[in-house]
Design a protein around this ligand. Structure first.
Ligand code: PGA
Length: 249
């Protein structure tokens, strides 16, 4: 399957005009012979304006139901607006209180809506230093996927995102090497195997996210065997995001 490359714009850019401009710039620069799927995940308020304009769009989060839930946006709503993908369990949402239990509800709701959830897991610097990476990944995977059938799981994409390698943050510590990404991808596959068996583990798609740029992207695919990326900082400049995509022509 072709790599999946997700632009996570986070809380950027600062206006709808800028969002349109960035989106158009990326669309215009898309290589014709691209052998990857590019998905743009802007803030909720820009989704409608970008929907149906030639590139796949996704949401950065969603809530599991409609109703009296101030400030939330339901999966069913992002589906209606044209999203096909939703990032779930990003570390920046976990830091703000998103628990494994809530992430589990969000994943289930995405599956009900036939959205593809991109389920993020990853350890903090503190956890890494305390040698807790394996334990954290296991807990996040088992908690997030609780009660989800093998059939449901097959529609989920996992993203390994070491929190300490996410750019532009106070907690940024270092780029994660392809070797480390590979070890963690294999750990993730091990826990998937425990839940769903060997075949599901082999087929599972695992992306990598954390300071991806046009120079380091290819080694993650070639050396770590990841199936694509979540790109944060470098997705905010059309030229830089396109330079990443150009690795996959
Ligand atoms: P980054 O962000 O590429 O800026 O490190 C990735 C992410 O947080 O998804």
């Amino acid at each position: 399957m072709n790599p999946l490359i997700i632009a996570n714009w986070k809380c950027n850019p600062s206006s709808a005009e800028k969002a349109q401009k960035l989106f158009s710039g990326i669309k215009k620069g898309l290589p014709k012979n691209l052998k990857a799927k590019a998905v743009i995940c802007p803030p909720f308020v820009y989704l409608e304006g970008l929907s149906g304009r030639g590139l796949e769009i996704g949401a950065q989060d969603c809530f599991w139901q409609e109703g009296p839930f101030t400030g939330q946006i339901a999966c069913s709503m992002v589906k209606k607006i044209g999203c096909r993908y939703v990032i779930i369990g990003h570390s920046e949402k976990r830091e703000m209180g998103d628990s494994d239990r809530n992430i589990n509800k969000k994943l289930k709701s995405c599956l009900e809506q036939k959205l593809t959830p991109v389920f993020c897991v990853g350890e903090t610097l503190k956890q890494k230093k305390a040698n807790q990476t394996a334990r954290v990944l296991k807990k996040q995977i088992k908690g997030g996927l609780k009660g989800i059938s093998k059939n449901g799981f097959e529609k989920i994409v996992i993203a390994y995102e070491p929190v300490w390698a996410i750019s532009g943050k106070k907690s940024f510590s270092a780029e994660c090497s392809p070797e480390i990404a590979k070890v963690c991808k294999l750990l993730i596959k091990k826990y998937i195997k425990e839940l769903y068996g060997k075949e599901a583990a082999e087929k599972a798609r695992v992306l990598y996210g954390g300071s991806v740029n046009s120079q380091n992207a290819l080694p993650y695919v070639k050396e770590a065997g990841v199936d694509g990326f979540i790109v944060g900082g470098k997705s905010l400049k059309a030229k830089e995001f396109i330079a990443i995509l150009k690795n996959f022509c």
